[in-house]
Design a protein around this ligand. Sequence first.
Ligand code: FES
Length: 82
Amino acid sequence: MKRNNKNKTNRQDHIVCFCMQVKQSAIEEAIKDGAHNLGQIYDACGAGVGPCKGSCKPYMQNMINSYIEDGVFPEDPRPKKR
Ligand code: FES
């Protein structure tokens, strides 16, 4: 299993769902508490149902997949700038 100590301390807490202003840490806590699909994340923290109709969903799904597969979260789950 991969370990990423950056998930624990001294890292930025990015906003992942801009519509609902939900930060990465809130989504991570929801996932750790058992929210393993997008509906459960919405129930836990309100992310994913803003007026943009869910442009954050692929990034939240990536967070779920990473946690389930490797036990860690992406350091920065937001879209990469080009
Ligand atoms: S950014 Fe999450 S619903 Fe719009």
